[in-house]
Every structure is written in structure tokens, then in C-alpha cells.
Design a protein around this ligand. Structure first.
Ligand SMILES: *Cc1c(COP(=O)(O)O)cnc(C)c1O
Length: 404
């Protein structure tokens, strides 16, 4: 036991701030601990000059990492089969980080037309102001992507399954198109980076790097947190040079995450696989049942035969996320679709997904897509939580009276 008698050589305020007690160093428990810091102490000037945070071998400043964020980064990298990870304050901030790390004025970024909407807005509004162009490709047509890649193309986003309409693209074929264009540019040309939004797969449904992409991004807000109470994003790579570029941009932008938020995600991780598979089972049961109901024209879910990209999903994935979208018959009017959503009691109206509470949200696809349709005018996206399937099905059944 250390000597805890008051240090008479200093005043009471100093004793409160700089107490001599140090807890023993060998504490271990299931939770890795919440380390909060802006300031990190150095033992001497030599250490200030020598410490290198970029390889996670030391600590320099809270923004550059703490034991808590380094631990979370290592676990997310492992989850997705990558080598390196950087964290951002939200999934959208992680997207902005990737865009800013690899795009310069005069470059062009290509996005799937069914990409996460705010990521498209980021390109259309912010990137455009900095002289970076964007175009949207049809994710179900690798030939369309091939036709859009030009000399300025520097970054290609992918998403599997796509947002809201949940088409599952042929990711290896899309990546092959990018690699071919790269080869055609000749040796020494700037590389085209491929980045997959892997929020849907969450590192569970498939290994993104096995499908050939350079970068895997996740909204940790969704499955890894699992609580509907944390916002965070991650960017994982296997490539040292890509990671270094991301890390430097990340550092210059000051994209820190809070220790309590990192802890929130760390608490969610041990149950991630259990939750993913349980919610997958419930979702498939509800999606299959919903497809049979009067007033419903189609149910979009990559594991359902007939859903766009089902064959790609069968080949490349081993699980599916807790989302499906319902396209109603043409005879069902907009007011009836709204009434269906308003009648739901277990499914709450709200954005985000992969949390404990089931959610619903109506979407109007026309304004969300840049490529010509036909797009279903209205659909409702349902996100399945952790409630009993029977209760959720009963809720859908009573709400469906609004559309019949
Ligand atoms: C939610 C989501 C994001 C953004 O995550 P935030 O943490 O809400 O910014 C990105 N991509 C997909 C597919 C998402 O569902």
C-alpha cells in the first residue's frame, strides 16, 4: 500500500489535482475501460519528441487516440477482416473523411444511385463547392459504371445492399470494372480508390475485402452500437498507404470521438453477432409474411427470391440485415401509406435502424434518385428490432387495414 498521508509540502488545492496515489497497473476486466483525455502526460521532453501515435504505439493527445479508442479501432478492424481503422463522430462524418482524404479539386467521385442519401448530398453540395464533380451509376449495371469512369475519376463508392430499395449489387464485378479502368490508365497513373458502405453487412454478412474493395466504412451507429443511442463511424482498410492518408486527413480535420460514445459501442460489440442473426431471422419471417398481404405489391429484401440482386446476395453473403421495404399496390394512395405508418404502434416512426426498437419510415423515391426510373413512387422501409416477432406481425396486420 502506498503512503496516503497528506503531502505536507504542497497546498490543499494542489493535493486535490496532483495526488500521489497511483492505482496498481494490472487491472483487467471484461470492459476495456473509459479513458478520457484531451491532455496526455509525457514523462520528459525526449518522450514528447519521440512518441508516435500513428501506429498506436503511444499516446500524444486525446484527439489522436486513447486506450479506449485504440481498442475500439482494433476490434472494428478485426470484425471487418481489415488491418487498420479510424473512428469518426458519425457514419456521415466517416464518409466525409474518405471523400476529403482522396479527392482534390478537379477530381470526380462516382456513387451508386441508391447510396445513403446524405452521402449523395455531401457530394452534390459540399464537394461540388470545392470543384469535385460527382455522378451516379446504376449499381445493378457494371457496364454503366464502366461507361462513367473517366480520367478524373478518383473514388468509387459502393453500397451492399443499397439504401431504402436494398438492391444487392455484384460487388466483385463493380470492383473489376474499376480495376480494368485503372489498368487502362497505365502504370504510374493515380489509383482509383473503391470504398464500400458496409453498414448493412456490419462485418457479419460478408467480408468486404474478400469482395475486392479498398475501404470499408460503417455507421457504428447501427449494429455495432445496437442501442440506438450512439453516433459513430469507422473507416477500415487493409492497405498501409491508404490508412496513412486517412489518418493524416483525420488528424487535420480533428474528427475526435468521445470516450463515453466509444464505450457505448464497445458494450454493443460482444452481442453483435447474436443480435445480427436474431434480427435477420425476425426480418425474413416478417418480410416473407408481408409479401403475401393484400395491398402489398412487392417486398424488397435481398434474401427473398425476386428481390433485385438476390443471386448476388446468395453468392456473396451469409446473412442479411434487419431491413425490408414494402412497395404498395398502385391503387394504394399516398394518404393510405401515411395512415399505415401512423397506425403502427410497435414500429415507431424514426430514422436509423439496427437498434432494439423496430422502426418504420415512408420514402418518396423520385426525388432521391438521379437516374431515370421507373422507381416505385412510395414505399415504406421497416427496420426490425429485438421485439417478439408475433407482436411485430400483429402490429403490421392491424396497420394494414389502412391500405385495404
Ligand atoms: C445510418 C447510415 C449512415 C450514416 O450514419 P450516421 O452515423 O447516422 O451518420 C451511412 N450509411 C448507411 C447505409 C446508413 O444506414
Amino acid at each position: 500500500m502506498e503512503d496516503l498521508s497528506p503531502d505536507a509540502s504542497v497546498g490543499p488545492a494542489t493535493r486535490l489535482v496532483q495526488h500521489r496515489y497511483r492505482p496498481p497497473a494490472d487491472f483487467e476486466a471484461p470492459a476495456p475501460g473509459v479513458h478520457k483525455a484531451s491532455t496526455v502526460f509525457f514523462p520528459n521532453v525526449a518522450a514528447v519528441r519521440q512518441r508516435e501515435w500513428k501506429d498506436k504505439s503511444a499516446y500524444t493527445y486525446g484527439l489522436h487516440g486513447t486506450p479506449t479508442t485504440f481498442t475500439l479501432e482494433a476490434r472494428i478492424a478485426t470484425l471487418e477482416g481489415g488491418q487498420h481503422c479510424v473512428l469518426a463522430p458519425s457514419g456521415l462524418a466517416a464518409m466525409a473523411l474518405v471523400d476529403m482524404a482522396f479527392l482534390s479539386a478537379g477530381d470526380e467521385v462516382l456513387l451508386p444511385d441508391n447510396a445513403y442519401g446524405p452521402g449523395k448530398s455531401l457530394a452534390a453540395a459540399e464537394l461540388a463547392r470545392w470543384g469535385i464533380a460527382h455522378r451516379c451509376y446504376d449499381p445493378m449495371r457494371p457496364d454503366h459504371l464502366a461507361s462513367l469512369i473517366g480520367p478524373a475519376t478518383r473514388l468509387v463508392w459502393l453500397e451492399a445492399a443499397g439504401s431504402v430499395t436494398l438492391e444487392f449489387p455484384d460487388v466483385p464485378a463493380l470492383v473489376a470494372v474499376v480495376r480494368q479502368a485503372q489498368t487502362a490508365r497505365g502504370p504510374g497513373a493515380r489509383a482509383i480508390v473503391t470504398a464500400l458502405d458496409n453498414t448493412w453487412g456490419a462485418g457479419v454478412a460478408f467480408v468486404p475485402f474478400d469482395l475486392g474493395v479498398d475501404i470499408s466504412l460503417q455507421a457504428l451507429t447501427k449494429y455495432p452500437s445496437g442501442g440506438g443511442d450512439v453516433l459513430m463511424g469507422s473507416v477500415v482498410t487493409r492497405d498501409d498507404a491508404l490508412h496513412r492518408q486517412l489518418l493524416l486527413t483525420h488528424m487535420r480535420l480533428g474528427l475526435g470521438v468521445g470516450a463515453n460514445d466509444a464505450e457505448g459501442v464497445l458494450r454493443g460489440l460482444p452481442s453483435l453477432l447474436l443480435r445480427y442473426h436474431a434480427q435477420d431471422r425476425s426480418t425474413r419471417a416478417l418480410a416473407t409474411w408481408m409479401a403475401e398481404q393484400p395491398g402489398v405489391a412487392r417486398v424488397l429484401h435481398p434474401a427473398l427470391p425476386g428481390s433485385p440482386g438476390h443471386a448476388h446476395w446468395l453468392r456473396d453473403a451469409r446473412a442479411a440485415a434487419a431491413l425490408f421495404s414494402v412497395v404498395f399496390d398502385d391503387a394504394v394512395g399516398a394518404a393510405q401509406v401515411d395512415a399505415f405508418c401512423d397506425r403502427l404502434r410497435r414500429f415507431r416512426l424514426g430514422y436509423s435502424w439496427a437498434g432494439p426498437v423496430s422502426l418504420c419510415m415512408p420514402y418518396e423515391l423520385g426525388p432521391m434518385r438521379e437516374l431515370p426510373g421507373p422507381h416505385p413512387a412510395r414505399l415504406v422501409r421497416l427496420a426490425v428490432g429485438l421485439e417478439d416477432v408475433a407482436d411485430l406481425q400483429a402490429d403490421l396486420a392491424q396497420a394494414l387495414t389502412a391500405v385495404s
